[in-house]
Design a protein around this ligand. Structure first.
Ligand SMILES: [Zn+2]
Length: 267
């Protein structure tokens, strides 16, 4: 297929200056862009070289285009570094803004897979990925999530501690939360005090202030259900708001609840 190279360059490699399009083909529901690098500098000495030692191919799956698969067939050149005082003999074009080393997906597709994996995890995420045309299985999604860097660790100033039951009440893990910014910090496998005492914190951080976690999920949940049941049971007793306007002035505080167990809100 003859191509408008500047158009495809701007479409596929927007913000990626070291790649240029050579050809575009479309067949069997897949658009394939053939591309190569423009120039590369040695990662050690920073000098550019035009002495090509060899070439190899990378096939990168990218985000779908108009519900068609999208693949970048990339020619990678390995150069000989001509600098006499450089310890590196050869170097390959890195294309670091397009894909990670040895990756089979572009960086943008990788990010999309991370989002799907974080939201839906393995099996459900794989079903959504298939619908979106990402072509990634559940293990791929899980590997993307596992490869994500850990969040920067900081010891909370106020640490909330609570336990919860799993496995029908046979196991009680402990959840640690940062009370001030309402985030889960860690989950300990049991509710033994020794585990909490040994819980690691940043070496130079002051010991956190401990409190019973305000996120007592089970208590809030139980209270909400009880309130819902109570209100539903007395639903027929609720006074019509239109009728209440025609009943004259509001009762005095002494009259509140007189003969009406539910107070002024119940008949
Ligand atoms: Zn060099």
């Amino acid at each position: 297929m003859q191509i408008d190279a500047p158009f495809w360059d701007s479409l596929v490699f927007d913000g990626i200056d070291d790649v240029e399009v050579e050809a575009v083909t479309a067949a069997f529901g897949t658009v394939e862009v053939v591309a190569r690098g423009r120039a590369a500098a040695c990662s050690d000495c920073g000098r550019f070289s035009d002495r090509v030692r060899d070439r190899y191919q990378r096939r990168l799956r990218d985000l779908p285009l108009a519900e068609q698969g999208f693949v970048i067939q990339l020619t990678v050149r390995r150069f000989i570094c001509g600098s006499a005082d450089c310890p590196r003999r050869t170097f390959a074009e890195p294309f670091s803004r397009l894909a990670a080393p040895y990756a089979r997906f572009t960086t943008r597709l990788n990010h999309a897979l991370e989002w799907v994996g974080l939201a839906l995890a393995g099996r459900v995420g794989a079903r959504l990925a298939a619908q979106l045309g990402f072509g990634a299985g559940r293990m791929t999604l899980l590997r993307r999530v596992m490869a994500l860097p850990d969040r920067r660790f900081s010891t909370p100033r106020v640490l909330g501690v609570d336990d919860f039951a799993i496995r029908r009440g046979r196991t009680y893990p402990t959840v640690l939360t940062s009370v001030e910014d309402h985030r889960v910090v860690d989950v300990l496998p049991t509710r033994e005090a020794g585990l909490l005492a040994a819980w690691p914190r940043a070496p130079d951080a002051a010991p956190p202030m401990l409190c019973r976690s305000p996120t007592w999920f089970h208590l809030w949940q139980g209270l909400g259900r009880a309130m819902e049941t109570c209100v539903a049971a007395y639903r027929d007793c609720l006074r019509n708001p239109v009728d209440s306007l025609s009943h004259g002035p509001d009762p005095s505080p002494q009259e509140w609840g007189r003969g009406q167990p539910g107070g002024p809100w119940l008949r």
